[in-house]
Design a protein around this ligand. Structure first.
Ligand SMILES: [Zn+2]
Length: 95
């Protein structure tokens, strides 16, 4: 039998909101590695966000730019913290 990784006790609903905030940077490829990994993990579990990402990608391609202004650094930092806390696995930091 194939082993399936169990769903972790993360709050997917909240994570979706964070994902929406981070999708611009995800498309631009400017996310830090940990956040990018967290985004990938979220997309793996969350079909609505995959659809949203595809829509954003088509929109950005059509406009040749991303139609959302960049977040101010403090908000961005907070979002990244929240998102990596929700999805991060703690590897690579701390004891
Ligand atoms: Zn989601």
């Amino acid at each position: 039998m194939a082993e399936q990784p169990p769903l972790r006790g993360t709050d997917l609903t909240l994570a979706c909101q964070e994902f929406v905030e981070l999708v611009t940077e995800h498309l631009e490829g400017t996310l830090p590695e940990r956040a990018a990994r967290a985004v990938a993990a979220h997309l793996d579990l969350c079909e609505p966000c995959r659809i949203y990402l595809e829509q954003m990608r088509s929109t950005a391609t059509a406009l040749r730019t991303v139609p959302v202004p960049s977040l101010p650094p403090p908000a961005r930092r907070r979002l990244l913290e929240v998102f990596t806390t929700l999805h991060g696995d703690g590897r690579g930091g701390g004891p």
